[in-house]
Ligand binder design. Sequence first.
Ligand code: BGC
Length: 709
Amino acid sequence: MTLEEKVDQLLQLAPAFYEGANSAGQITGPLAGLGITEDNVRRTGSVLGLGGAEEAIAIQEAHLRHNRLNIPLLMMADVIHGYRTIFPVPLALGSSWDLDLAQRTAAIAAKEAAAAGIHVTFSPMADLTRDPRWGRVMESTGEDPWLNGQFARAFVRGYQGSGVAGEPYKIAACIKHFAAYGAAEGGRDYNTVDMSEWMRRAYYMPSYKAALDEGCEMVMTAFNTVDGIPATGNRRLMRDLLRGEWGFDGVLISDWGAVKEMIPHGAAEDERECARKAIEAGVDIEMMSPCYPHHLRELVESGEVDVRLVDEAVMRILKLKRKLGLFEKPHRYADPAAERNILLSEEHLAAAHEAALKSCVLLKNNGVLPLAKAAKIALVGPFAASSDLLGPWSCMGRREEAVTLADGMRAIAGSAAVTVAGCGAERMTDEELAAMLDAARSADVVVLALGEDSEMSGEAGCRANIRLPGRQLELIQRVRELGKPLAVVLFNGRPLDLHGVLDEADALLEAWYPGTRGGAAVAELLYGDANPSGRLTMSFPHSVGQVPVYYNSFNTGRPQSSPDAPVRYESQYLDIPNAPLLPFGYGLSYAEFRYGAAELSAVSLRPGGSLQLTVSVTNAGARQGEETVQLYVRDIAGDTVRPLRELKAFRKVALEPGETKEVRFEVTEEMLRYHHADLSFESDPGGFKIMVGPNSRDVQELSFKLLAG
Ligand code: BGC
C-alpha cells in the first residue's frame, strides 16, 4: 500500500460521499466543507449509516471498481436498539433486568442489520449515567457499574455470537463512548468530564472493560475531555490504559468529527496537530473529519509521526475486514431479498413485543390497574395516539410501523370502549384541552398518555428542566378535578421529575420509548393481560436540584440522622429529602410479593470459601407475577470510602398466586473486591453488611465478617 492508501484506509465517511449512494444516510453532523477529494473517497476504508442492502451493494461494487487494491469497505451504522424492528430504548431494556432478553434483541438487530449490509454496529453504549438531564441516558442501561457491564456483555454476545465469523448474520460490536461520557458536567452533551482516576476506574470503566472481556471488536472514543485532554487525543487513556494495560488490539474509532474537535476544545492549534495527537493516542479510524487525509502523510514524511503508527492502524482495520470475511465476500450478508424476509419478521416482532412488556415499570398503583375491559376509557394526552414510540437512535425504524397505544387498547377492549383525544407534548391548544376533558368527563377511568417527544432526549437532547413539558401538568390537574380514577402512562427517555404526576395519579406506568410493538404491549399491561415486571435502573430524583442522585452513594462524615426532623450541620437539603423519589431497583407488580426473613449460612467468610444467603419470596397476590430479588453489599470500612449499597447479584423469580420460592445467593470474596486508593483491586478483611430486597431502598440487612486469607 502507498502511504496515501494507508492514510485513507483510516478515514470513514457517510454514504452521501460515495457513488452508488441512494440517500443522504443518517447524518448526525455537518457534511459540507470536509475538503475530501474523489481520490480520498476511493481509498477510504469504511462508511457509516447506510440505507439498506441495495445501497450497501451498490456502494461496495462501485468502491471495488475504483479501489486499486480491491480492499472492500467496512460498513458501520448506529444499530442501537434494533434495526428496523425497534426494541425499547436501552434504558428500558435495562429495566427488564433480563440479560437473555437483551442478548436476543441484539441478535435480532444483528440479523436485520447484516441482511441490510451492515458489518459493524456502534453499540453497545456502556456509559454510566447519573444525570437525567443528559439526553443520552436513554442509550445507557443506567447507574450501576456491574449491571451495565452485564448488559454490555449481553449485547455483545447478541451482536457477535460466538465470534463474528463463527455464525451467520453476526456483526461486530463497538463499545462506546470511551471514556466516561456519561459524566458530562451539568448533564449537557459534549461537556467537560473531570473526575478522579479512582472514581473513573471504580465506577465508569468496568462496563467498557466487561464488553471487551466479552470479545467486543471495536471501541469508540468519547467527545469529552478526560483529565483535561479530549479523549480522542488522550494517549494515557487510549495507549496506556486501553491498549497497554487492557491489551485491546481491535479497532479504535473516533466519534463523529471528534478528531477535529480538538481545535474548539482548545487542545490543538490546527488539523495537523489533531491528526498527530489522534494517531499518537491510537485512534485507527477518523470518523467524519479530514485531519488524517489532509495531514498524516506529511506528518509521516517529515518524521513527526512514525509510520509504524499508521501501519498498525491499517493492520487492525484490515484484520477486522478479514475476520468479517469481507475479502472473500465483500457484500457479506447484504441481500435485498433476504432483507425483505428478515426485517420485521413475525419472530422479530414477537421479540419486540416481549421486550416492551418486560421493560415497562409500574411505579404506582392504588388499584385502578389493571383496567376492566368493560370500563369506558378516555385515553387522552400527547401519546394517546402518537406513533412517536420508537425513541431516539431508531435510525431505520419507521414510525408508521409502530403500534400506538390507542390501537393497542382498542384491539383488546374494542373501539367503542376507548375514546381518544390528543394534543402535542409541548403544545396544547385550549380546544384540545376542552376535547380531552370532554372525553374524560364521560369515562369511567381516564388513561393519560404523557411524556416527552423523542426529540427531547437522545444525542443533543439535554434538558435543564426534567418535568413533563408543555401544559401536561396542567392537563393532569384539570383531569384530576373531574374526580375520575386516573392512570398515567409515561413515554420518555429519562428519569423525570414526577412532582405533580406521581402524587396525582392513581396509577403510573413508565413505558419509556417501547418500540415497534410498544402500544400493543403497554395496552396488555394496562388491561392485565400481562403483568408489569420492570425495575428501574436509574433513580428518579425529587427534583433536578438533587441531581446527581444515585443509590450507590457514599455516607459522608455527617450522614443525615433523621430525615423527618433534620438536624443542622448534617449532609442534607433543607427543602427536599436526600433519597431519590423512586430508588434504583424499584418497580411494582399486580402480584404482591412478601419476603421471609433472610438467612446467612455463616457469619464469617474465608477467601476461597462462600456464604449462602437464602430468602423466601411468596406471591401473596391473586395473579402470577415476576419478582426481581436484589442482593446488595456494604463494606463497613475500606481503604477508600465504600458505597452504602452495591448491587452484587439478582434473581428473577416467577411466582404463581400463593407460591413460595426460596432464593439463594452465593457470596464469595471476589464479590467484595474494589478499587483501593492505589487502584489495586482487592478485598479487605473486616465487617460487611449484606442486604436483600425488592429494590435498593426496602432491604433486609444482615452482617458478616470477611476473614483474612
Ligand atoms: C454519536 C455516536 C454515534 C456516531 C455515529 C455521534 O454523534 O455520539 O454515538 O455512533 O455519531 O452516528
